[in-house]
Design a protein around this ligand. Sequence first.
Ligand code: FRU
Length: 928
Amino acid sequence: MGLKFSSIMRVSYALLWALLMTSSLSCKHVDKKTEYLIGFSQCVGSDLWRQTMLEEMKLELSLHPGADFIYADAENSSQRQIAQVKSMLDRGIDLLIISPNEARPLTAIVEQAYNKGIPVIVIDRKTTSSLYTAYVGADNYQLGRMAGTYIGTTLKGHINILEVMGLPGSSPAIERDRGLVDGIKPFSNVTIRSKLYGDWLKVNAKARLLDAKAELPGIDLIFAHNDMMASGASEILHQFHLSEKTKVVGIDALPGAGGGLQMVADKKLYASLLYPTGGKEAIVTAFHILNKEPFARENILESLVIDSSNVQLMKMQWNRIISQQRDIEKEKNLLEEQESIYNNQQTVLDVIVIALVFTVISCGLAFYFLAENRRANRSLEAKNAEILSQRNQLIDLSVKAEAATEAKLNFFTNISHEFRTPLTLIHSPLEDLLKNDKLSATVGKHLKMVHRNTSRLLHLVNQLIDYRKIEYDKQQLRVSENNIVEFIRDIVTSFSQHARKMHIDLRFSTEAKEIGVWFDPNMLDKAFFNLISNAIKFSQKKGQVTVSIYQGEGSIHIDVTDNGIGLAPDEMEKIFDQFYQAEHNDRRGSGIGLALSKEIVRLHGGSIRVKSQKWKGATFTVNLPLGDSHLLAVQKDEQSFNFSDIRSKASYYQFDELQTANLKTLDVFSQPKEHSLLIVEDNPELLAYLNEIFIDEYEVYTATSGNCALTEAYEKVPDLIITDVVIPGFSGKVLAEKIKSDLRTSHIPIVLLTAQVTLEQQIAGIQAMADIYITKPFNREFLLASVKNLIKNRGILKEHFISDISPAEKLPVVHGLDKKFLNDFAGIVEQNLSNDKFNVDDICKIIGISRIQIYRKVKALMGCSITDYILNRRLKKAKYLLNNENHTIAEITYMVGFSNPNYFATVFKNKYGCTPTDFKKKQWPGEF
Ligand code: FRU
């Protein structure tokens, strides 16, 4: 659940982050779209008129958000202004607004900007060039002319004018002067008496007027190119008491304190001509240009004369404008405030929306996973319930199975009890019969075999009954204190003759001569019989078995050690299990002997352990407690053991190994048999019996393990193999697989003879490619008939292969590997028919098996020798050529691999009853 929740959070944060990124990206995108850099180069920024121009610009700019504005003041220096414009160009301005200080010096830099593709708006003053994008300002010529006309029309009598001009070289100064000259032309009473330059500055104007003070009394009107210089003139006139006589006219008519309007109202100036700054218009035009909207190149601003007749009106107008301006300012500030509030609210709203989306998604995911969890829980609960019910069913089943097993075991035990009587009734009369000297050798041999096997059955039945008794606590111990050293020595001694026969060095070692131990001799002997008999059975030939006794603290230990085949770890775990039956006979523990030994030792309060390594022998250690404190009084019963008893009982445990079956061997003088068999069986008696069944009709080879069987099969290539499934080495099924997957032996039929009777086991046998599966106990006649039948079927197959038709066409009845062999074999022969040197060795080399193996294989599959086969193919081809193609007899002789035509003719006649020449004549009569 925690994991799921954290993943919800991770997904949600990723979503939130994506939303924030998207919104911030979109904001950036909008900013970029409206961002311009506008440069404004001002010739001088200190006076009121220019400050008004800048204010107007800023006010208008505030209505166009998203534009950056850089401003530079050249302070009346043309050089400085050039440098400032250059730096603006370097900063990458999108538009230049310039009021050039002087026309000529600034022309080049303005042209340069224009030629770079940067729009240029010239304001108020001009350059000498027409390379600019737009002009904003009043017409200075018209301004001068308006002044001249005004003077001529309003003043009577002769009027002498003194003209105070702006900066020499600046365009308004030049144009205003020209306008004035043209304006007064219609008025003969008006004359320009004198001109001087005030450089647009009050101080300079005053200084020049002082220089010309001698002229002043003769002057009726001073016309200054701006109100600042006009104000200076007014002050000079006042200084020389000429204010009453001489009038002053200026230009600009700025509102506010110190402005021209106020000076006209105060009668310091006679009149002033309105000269709008054009700041607002310049910015409006700039945005038209930048936004690629239509705009006017020449933006000429209107002008008018302001004197005592209209000054009040103008002031009122200006005051209204100013108050409106303030209102606008206020509203603008309010708007900005609102905008900032709006922006904040927008941000808050964005965050709320994002958070809402985030919450909705989180809730959705949480609900989804909750539902998923519930579903998973429900299915888990269902599964749990199912598992629980299955477990209960299993418990029920196992209880039932246990009961069934118990019932079966009881049944087997009871049956085993029942077996005892009939077995005894077979066993005892047999013993009597065997004493009869008149028995024939064969009958005697068979009766001995019956006797041995009845003894073995009795022994097995007794072991099973003993085991069940102990398991049901029905076996009462009858212990007495005896010398265990002597007891074990007697048991070992009873095996010495058997060990000698098996070529095993059996030793007994002890530290003490006498150790008194409480035990039941009639029970404990069975445990040691089993252990010692096993040790001998699983020892190597000429191996060693040692039984040693040593005393520990409170207990004694008896080791039974052999140097035999040993046990793998998984075998050691199961070796004492009652139902453990090893798959191969080369392992210990088949039967119930070890389980019984363990139970007997346990009854004595002891334990039994095994230590072993595969192929390195094994040691079984029996620990028995000393003293009698672990025993009940009822268990105590004086009885001593008797050595002759031990010896007779030991003989039951030596049964298997004592019998070395004598195999009936082939009589060297008898007729050689047509077919051979390989019989694989590790039980010597059964092997002898099988041998006896087949020896009269077949050549019989025998093997007692998987490995030996394989070697024999490769070497002898028999016509059939009979094998037991459980054999030492590898199983009969593995043997069948190996035989069938080897080219040398793949054709050999295999009979699996086994005690494994279940359907599954039989299917596994057939899957291992056995040809037939016969279960033990088998019927002798059935086995004989099955073997005969399999060999006969091979014979039918051979008929196909030696018939006239190519073997490849008849192959489906053959196993895959044999089919391939026959194909290859026929192909090799076919390719070499014309080669007279071609022989069996060539085929062996190509196929890669020995001469004898290929000989036997071909014989088994086709029933003829290789030489006969080749000869047959040669003659068949010759017949075909004689029949179908027009070659000479000599040519055909060589084509089918004969070196001599006479020999070819003889062989051909032997086979087909006429010579090749006669045969050809019958086919091609016209040719001869
Ligand atoms: C201000 C000013 C104005 C005049 C204008 C001419 O610097 O002198 O008074 O009208 O420049 O360019």
